[in-house]
Design a protein around this ligand. Structure first.
Ligand SMILES: Cc1ncc(COP(=O)(O)O)c(C=O)c1O
Length: 382
């Protein structure tokens, strides 16, 4: 079995030495915008957070409000609370994702029910979701793995006859579309991450698109349970009636977010161009299965490029010897002790791909010749 710790222990490359797996994208205007914030009065949550929320919502939301927070994980936790998921409720979630998708349910005592992957895409297997739904199911969380949207139409049809909230973890999927609709405009809750290596980064940060009728509550939960607007009026009747968190975004982060939003179209276009070169070149290699290509009803956000191969460790080593980083990035969650440890045999699709998937470099510090070199290195065998 491939041991991801071996990969983790390997010395990380500097960009000058080869092609790194991820690299932050710092927009041209970020330094200027952050510098301006640092010389002003508001460095914590201030007017730039409001501006970032409004512009983000106008770009990606529909009949929604945007709530900027300190991380994507904060956004997920708030979405789960706002969807009124309670202790003992069942939530169907992908077995293959960043642990951040599922950890907030452990804070809340909800019962996590893992669904298998679709072996064609590594997204959640919606047929399996259908078999897991019962009277206790309160929510289904989907992750658009690597940036490829899940089949939201199929999921909506499946859940519409039940009292189930769909929550989209779109940490990978900024700018993706499904049947012409932007991810962010489909479900009641959609979460984004602005962690260091995402399409837009604020260092760390997140955004939750949510229904208008829970917006006031969402703002209170983001800030200890306090109505900040009332507080800012000066004299304030200072009761707190619900337990909140300290999940706000700062103006320093929002300045970066606004700079990232301004040049997002170019960022996405470059990522998509590189992704499509990978798709074209790797599809020619019979020993490589390219994940997330060839869809006509959805647009990929090109956050990660994943392939399935046999003898993955050999390919990883071969790429490394050619100064190209690759890795697994996410691991199946059922293996982690916090989620109950290893349960064998329940996820046949995950079992089948577990030792095969490998993520290749994709970021804005790369150019087309980097991708071609990587594809040629793979084509020469491992
Ligand atoms: C699928 C997925 N969900 C959630 C998160 C958590 O976001 P954050 O790191 O901003 O808390 C990440 C990654 O960071 C992710 O990849």
């Amino acid at each position: 079995m491939i041991n991801h710790h071996e990969m983790d222990e390997a010395k990380l490359m500097e960009p000058s030495e080869g092609v790194v797996l991820f690299h932050p994208h710092i927009p041209a205007k970020a330094i200027e915008k952050v510098t301006k914030v640092l010389s002003g009065r508001w460095i914590g949550q201030g007017p730039l957070v409001d501006e970032f929320e409004e512009k983000f919502n106008a770009e990606f939301g529909k009949n929604t409000k945007a709530l900027a927070v300190g991380s994507g994980t904060d956004a997920l936790h708030l979405a789960y609370l706002l969807a009124r998921i309670k202790e003992g409720d069942e939530v169907i979630v992908p077995v293959f994702t960043c642990t951040a998708t599922n950890i907030p349910f452990l804070y809340m005592g909800a019962k996590i029910v893992f669904a298998d992957v679709d072996p064609e895409t590594m997204n959640i297997d919606i047929d399996h979701v259908g078999r897991l739904i019962n009277d206790k199911t309160r929510a289904v969380v989907v992750v658009h793995y690597g940036g490829l949207p899940c089949d939201m139409d199929k999921l909506q049809k499946l859940t519409s006859t039940h009292n189930i909230t769909i929550i989209e973890d779109a940490a990978h999927a900024l700018g993706a579309t499904f049947q012409g609709q932007k991810i962010g405009s489909i479900s009641p809750y959609t979460m984004y991450s602005f962690q260091a290596i995402k399409h837009i980064t604020t260092g760390d940060g997140g955004m939750l698109l949510l229904p208008e009728d829970v917006y006031e509550k969402a703002k209170r939960l983001r800030w200890f349970g306090i109505d900040r607007t009332a507080k800012q009026m000066g004299i304030w009747e200072n009761d707190i009636k619900e337990v909140g968190y300290k999940y706000q975004m700062t103006d320093i982060s929002a300045a970066m977010g606004l700079a990232g939003l301004e040049e997002f179209a170019q960022t996405l276009a470059l990522r998509r161009r590189l992704f499509h070169i990978y798709e074209e070149k790797l599809s020619e290699i019979s020993d490589v299965k390219f994940m997330g290509g060839g869809c006509t009803d959805r647009e990929h956000a090109a956050w990660m490029c994943t392939i399935l191969v046999d003898r993955r460790k050999n390919l990883w080593q071969k790429l490394r010897d050619s100064a190209i980083e690759s890795g697994q990035v996410h691991y199946r969650n059922d293996r982690y002790s916090i989620f109950g440890g290893s349960v064998q045999g329940l996820f046949p699709n995950m079992d089948a791909v577990e030792e095969k998937y490998l993520v290749l470099p994709l970021h804005t510090k790369m150019n087309e010749s980097n991708v071609i070199r990587i594809c040629e290195t793979i084509k020469s065998g491992w």
